[in-house]
Design a protein around this ligand. Structure first.
Ligand code: ADP
Ligand code: ZN
Ligand code: ZN
Length: 723
């Protein structure tokens, strides 16, 4: 017997299937991990096929050295997914397999948690009648079977037990403990569905893909839970994805409360051990519902009945590092493989997904009103140029301050959204114009007041803050655009007695940081929560009646084609945090371009109007979903090498363009907007091609990169981020 094996090494040269002989005494299955001799080393590999015949020169084929486990860690569905991804996304096989297993498993870094147990020995001799304690132990174990040693020593003395082990009455054993992630315990409230929710649950029942478009507060979570319950009652399993930042303690607790032991949680806050153990519970079928972030799409749940992707428009569903994949596509594969239901849910679907719903590829299900029947929060647009003309140079507009005072007087809560962490986006000398930049990256440094440091948000490097300009010696230093820290500081000045909390990457980096901030916010009134994206989604605080958006334009003027769509989504999502309970909420949106059409649609919660406008624009300008953008990004420490290699590739792509003249809308080569990150120079080739032959062209473009090229090369399709 011969096995086809993928070596677990992330190297282009090893990216193929190798053949090995299976030793006669070894029985193996497809999907198992084995050790194989490779050159002078012994490497880990995965069996992806078995055959009686050998395609390679039989005399040169080596033998598998040993097995790592005695079961297939890669299930059949995942093997097929691997080949599918390799074909569609041009990824290395080994790098795909790595997505399927917890990294702890590959590196053997995590120890299984084992506890000692005791139990009665088979055919044990009864202790003498005088040994009262020992008799009690025997009675106890007769009733209870095997027990943890730690539990036993709470009831009986350790010396009694060890004497009994010595005399052979008891035997010790081991039991593996699966570490369970922490979650807040709450009572599950099952609610009677509203007619709209009921209609959604009734509609979403076939084996196809649905787009659930429900406004914020329309009760999508309750719909998801009902769908999951139905699937479980039919003996199937459910996979529920939520963006990492909305995987809040509240969400996790809700699912635990509803589905108990059936739920496994996969998120970045888990320790390595917890993640590994949750994965095992899924793998061995103990967990029937998985709730997790993007990577959970690869969890080996069998017998899937439903896949739900909440906030489907979120960019984080596309992995932006290698290996790059889009969760939508993987979900679609798994839906077809399992013949199950797939639901994409959002209050602001991505333009691409909504277009698919319009074309009938997805079935549209709508929930246009809030559960509580409340009006959506009223959004007030404040023109910051006007504020300036009227003499207000502060961060906060007069209307926002006025509303904040109201909230505080009523002992309610407010959220202030500013999508920039730190104190200010840069420090610049007013005299000579010097700007502090990172030495390793082509970006200005962000000032963090609390640590009094400048930080690079790309590589994390820290620098001393400027008090004098290193170039001209002036002390006249200007701060750039405001960040969360600055907003908190200014709020303190205005409202010294009010509790002001901050939630961003800096305040949530320690374990449970997230949870502590949210819990404190929940229990403090009045209070103001200042935060980035992190506060925009998923939170459900009934006393939040006001949301302030400090710099709504920030996402608007980014250079990629999704920036307007993203701004619309952000405003709608952030606004959705207000007025979720018994009173209509209010939103103060501060902007320097109040006339921009995106605000007109956002203020009216007119998603459909916005979609029409946006999709037309994409059509006439030839942008996705009417065309495909392909970016090939080269990076290397030596600028000459990267420029040269990028050029060579560009010339090859020009030949492709010649062969497909009518298909190319655009092709160019250039320095990437961020020319250097972490000391690596970056060059890129950008193209836009029509859809008809996009697959064909994409494949050729992938093949046009020289395998021996020294730069690292990264392909992106319809990239979210063009920096
Ligand atoms: P969405 O995700 O659509 O923004 P949520 O799922 O967070 O909305 O629900 C909004 C609020 O409504 C939550 O507080 C939720 O507990 C509550 N809710 C949901 N369904 C019902 C229902 N059928 N009856 C009463 N309250 C509900
Ligand atoms: Zn200066
Ligand atoms: Zn840097």
């Amino acid at each position: 017997m011969f096995a086809k094996i993928i070596i677990d090494q992330d190297a282009k040269a090893l990216d193929k299937v190798f053949e090995y002989r299976v030793p006669d005494e070894m029985s193996v299955q497809v999907g198992e991990r084995v050790m194989v001799p490779f050159g002078s080393r012994n490497l880990q590999g995965f069996i992806v096929g078995l055959s009686e015949v050998c395609e390679y020169d039989e005399s040169k084929v080596k033998e598998i050295s040993s097995k790592i486990e005695d079961f297939a860690v890669i299930k059949k569905e995942m093997l097929e997914l691997m080949f599918y991804m390799a074909d569609k996304l041009h990824l290395k096989l080994a790098s795909i397999l790595r997505l399927f297993l917890p990294s702890e498993m590959r590196t053997d870094k995590v120890k299984e948690l084992i506890v000692k147990t005791v139990t009665l020995a088979p055919n044990f001799q009864m202790p003498s009648q005088r040994a009262k304690k020992q008799l009690e132990v025997v009675e106890f174990l007769k009733e209870n079977g095997e027990k943890k040693l730690s539990e036993m020593s709470e009831k009986f003395s350790y010396s009694t037990i060890s004497a009994m082990v010595k005399s052979g009455i008891l035997v010790t054993g081991e039991e593996q403990i699966l570490r369970a992630p922490a979650f807040d315990k709450i009572k599950s409230e099952k609610r009677k569905l509203t007619p709209l929710q009921q209609r959604a649950v009734d509609t979403i029942c076939e084996n196809k893909t649905y787009l659930l478009h429900g406004v914020t507060g329309s009760g999508k979570t309750e719909v998801y839970m009902n769908l999951i319950e139905r699937v479980l009652s039919r003996g199937k399993t459910a996979l529920m994805l939520v963006p990492e930042i909305s995987l809040t303690p509240q969400v996790l607790a809700n699912f635990k409360a509803r589905f108990g032991e059936d739920v496994a949680l996969i998120h970045s806050g888990l320790s390595a051990g917890e993640r590994f153990d949750e994965w095992k519970r899924i793998f061995f079928g103990q967990a029937k519902v998985v709730v997790g972030a993007r990577s959970a799409i690869f969890t080996p749940l069998e017998n899937l009945g439903i896949i739900i992707i909440d906030e489907e428009h979120e960019q984080s569903y596309v992995s932006e590092s290698n290996p790059r994949y889009d969760t939508h596509m993987i979900a679609e594969f798994r839906r077809k493989y399992n013949d199950c239901t797939l639901v994409f849910g959002s209050a602001t679907p991505s333009i691409e997904s909504y277009a698919k719903a319009m074309d009938g590829e997805y079935t549209l299900v709508e929930m246009p009103v809030r559960v509580n029947g409340m009006e959506m929060p009223k959004i007030v647009v404040v023109d910051m140029l006007m504020e300036m003309r009227q003499g207000n140079n502060q961060i906060f507009s007069i209307p926002l301050i006025y509303e904040l005072k109201d909230i505080i007087a009523e002992k309610k809560q407010a959220m202030i959204f500013i999508n920039r962490r730190g104190f200010s986006s840069f420090q610049r000398c007013r005299q000579c114009g010097y700007v502090a930049k990172c030495s390793d990256c082509d970006v200005s440094l962000v000032y963090h007041r609390f640590e009094n440091r400048l930080k690079c948000h790309y590589c994390g490097k820290r620098y001393k803050a400027l008090d004098v300009c290193p170039s001209c010696g002036s002390r006249d230093i200007k701060q750039g655009a405001v960040g969360t820290e600055r907003v908190v500081e200014e709020l303190h000045k205005l409202f010294p007695d009010v509790r002001i909390l901050r939630m961003d990457n800096d305040t949530t980096s320690k374990k449970n940081g997230h949870r502590e901030i949210l819990n404190e916010f929940r229990n403090t009134k009045p209070a103001i929560l200042v935060g980035t994206q992190m506060i925009a989604k998923g939170h459900d605080f009934e006393d939040v009646l006001l949301v302030g958006i400090i710099d709504a334009d920030q996402s608007l003027y980014q250079s990629d084609y999704r920036s307007i769509e993203r701004t619309f989504q952000l405003i709608t999502q952030v606004s959705g945090r207000a007025g979720r309970s018994s009173k209509q909420g209010k939103v103060i949106l501060q902007t320097y371009s109040p006339k921009h059409y995106v605000y007109r649609y956002a203020v009216n919660y007119d998603y459909k109007g916005f979609f029409k406008k946006e999709i037309n624009l994409r059509k006439v300008t030839n942008f996705p979903p009417y065309a495909r953008i392909i970016r090939v990004l080269f990076s290397h420490e030596d600028e000459k090498i990267v420029a040269q290699e990028c050029k060579v590739c560009y010339n090859k792509i020009k030949e492709i363009q010649n062969a497909y003249k009518d298909e190319f809308v655009y092709l160019d080569v250039m320095k990437a907007p961020l020319n250097k990150i972490k000391n690596k120079f970056r060059y890129q080739i950008m193209m836009r091609v029509k859809l008809a032959k996009a697959d064909e062209i994409e494949k050729k473009v992938f093949e046009s990169v020289d395998e021996k090229c020294k730069s690292s090369v990264f392909f992106e399709i319809n990239p979210n981020n063009l920096s």
